[in-house]
Design a protein around this ligand. Structure first.
Ligand SMILES: *[C@@H]1O[C@H](CO)[C@@H](O)[C@H](O)[C@H]1NC(C)=O
Ligand SMILES: *[C@@H]1O[C@H](CO)[C@@H](O)[C@H](O)[C@H]1NC(C)=O
Ligand SMILES: *[C@@H]1O[C@H](CO)[C@@H](O)[C@H](O)[C@H]1NC(C)=O
Ligand SMILES: *[C@@H]1O[C@H](CO)[C@@H](O)[C@H](O)[C@H]1NC(C)=O
Length: 444
């Protein structure tokens, strides 16, 4: 209990002390690249009672053991605790805390307005995924189809004109889980899995930023799972990229994950078999010391321990990213951060989902796709496919992967101006959201 309070108190006070509508329209923030143009970029943060966000953090140990005690991961505004005492950029980040860290980041967004009528977009600072825990793992499981109604009613009864101006088409929020967790049919009886937030007509017009989207979605857009790397200066980012560039890639391919032990044919099982078989075979070309490495992440072993997988990823040329319980995986972004070329086995794993952050037109330039059916049912060898890619091509792909690093990481709040001039995952998400909202409003 004591430790929980020591972690929470500084966060809560820090958030409260920050002005929530920091900048008004006529006090443009300046960066070193000159005055900032906020045209079409104004964001208003809706004022919500703390029961919709900060208060929810106090329930961080309520769902244990059904759900991990997430109190430690709230530290540093949702980035988690530093991996070790002297670590500046590495944290034990839990991706579900993105709602907290995104909230913190938007407070320093340079084009905030305190006048909702002049805003291009309205941010709802609701911790949707954290609130969902009481429906997923808590006592409200039988009312999971009502998730979101309190919020909607609040927005209809308090300053309803903010919603009314564009009927919610200009509103957006972060839901730091897979969209599947919020897509239970509203009439599911008994409840199956998930809440019905994204199925409620009340929220059809709102843009939700999720960690994964459904195959045919128009409400949500997937944004990168946060990695554990959150630099605060350009120098810290650049020295990491330099380390990635210089890293000796002695392993052909790596899989960091769990599963693959079932007896029914599936891609994870094929990968597991290949790796267990092929590590015994030496590479005749002499390019690699080993062909395959598995980092065993079963039972959440890797979740808050980035050293476990980042080091091996730095030494691998390709990182295998098969679908898991859901089509995408966090490890895709960890791998990119390590300069490890992603290998996908279906388009839903990344190409379709992360269009804003991983440009789909250039997808082949930084990744390899091997259809999983060819591997599982037609005996195509992953090793053969990857070994056939010429060295020069591999080098070019890795360069492209390294160019993606700044876009897929979430930098630390309060970063230096130099680093702020580089677009990170947050900036790209905001840019995409604004574009999407503008096109929605034009259509109306
Ligand atoms: C980290 O810092 C804490 C508190 O300052 C200290 O108790 C702990 O021993 C340090 N750990 C290491 C590994 O230095
Ligand atoms: C939910 O409903 C089922 C069936 O009516 C019941 O058995 C269960 O106890 C309820 N769960 C809770 C947490 O109320
Ligand atoms: C969503 O937008 C449509 C038309 O654009 C409108 O008819 C509907 O009432 C809106 N929904 C809500 C809950 O405001
Ligand atoms: C792995 O080795 C076993 C036994 O030698 C063999 O039956 C199996 O087909 C191999 N699997 C792969 C994917 O190479």
């Amino acid at each position: 209990m004591a430790s929980k309070i020591t972690i929470l108190l500084p966060i809560l006070t820090a958030l409260y002390l920050l002005p929530t509508t920091a900048v008004s329209r006529d006090t443009n923030a300046h960066t070193d690249s000159g005055p900032l143009d906020c045209t079409n970029r104004w964001i208003y943060i809706r004022q919500l009672p703390s029961r919709f966000n900060l208060d929810l953090l106090t329930s961080c140990s309520n769902y244990y053991p059904l759900y991990d005690d997430f109190c430690p991961y709230i530290a540093n505004h949702g980035l988690g605790q530093a991996t070790h005492n002297r670590s500046k950029s590495w944290f034990r980040t839990d991706p579900h805390m993105l709602e907290v860290s995104f909230h913190r980041r938007i407070l320093e967004y340079p084009c905030l307005t305190s006048v909702p009528e002049t805003a291009d977009a309205i941010f709802i600072p609701y911790y949707a995924g954290i609130d969902a825990l009481r429906y997923l793992y808590g006592s409200d499981v039988n009312s999971s189809s009502e998730h979101g109604l309190n919020l909607f009613n609040y927005m209809q009864t308090n300053e309803p004109e903010i919603w009314g101006r564009n009927l919610g088409h200009d509103h957006f929020l972060v839901m730091a889980r897979s969209a599947w967790d919020f897509s239970q049919a509203a009439d599911a009886d008994p409840p199956i899995w998930g809440t019905s937030f994204l199925e409620l007509p009340q929220f059809y017009n709102v843009t939700a930023l999720t960690l994964e989207s459904r195959a045919w979605s128009w409400q949500e857009q997937a944004i990168p799972h946060p990695t554990s790397f959150h630099p605060s200066t350009l120098a810290l980012l650049e020295s990491w990229v330099l380390r990635v560039r210089r890293s000796h890639r002695s392993t052909l391919m790596l899989f960091a994950g769990g599963g693959g032990t079932s007896t029914t044919p599936n891609i994870r099982r094929s990968i597991r078999e290949t790796c267990l078989n092929d590590t015994r075979i030496s590479d005749v070309t002499g390019r690699f010391q080993r062909l395959c490495e598995i980092v065993d992440c079963s039972n959440g072993a890797c979740e808050h321990d980035p050293i476990r997988y980042m080091k091996p990823m730095l030494h691998a040329t390709f990182c295998l990213q098969p679908p898991g319980d859901t089509p995408a995986r966090r490890s895709t972004f960890d791998g990119i951060l390590a300069g490890c070329i992603p290998v996908f086995f279906e388009d839903q794993s990344a190409r379709i989902q992360y269009r804003w952050h991983l440009p789909s037109k250039e997808f082949e330039e930084f990744s390899v796709t091997i259809p999983k059916e060819d591997v599982v049912y037609r005996g195509l060898s992953i090793v053969d496919v990857l070994m056939r890619i010429p060295r020069g091509e591999v080098r070019r792909m890795r360069e492209r992967v390294m160019e993606l690093i700044p876009r897929v990481i979430y930098r630390k709040h309060g970063s230096s101006l130099g680093l702020r001039a580089r677009k990170d995952a947050f900036d790209v998400a905001i840019e995409g959201t604004l574009k999407r909202i503008h096109s929605r409003l034009r259509e109306r």
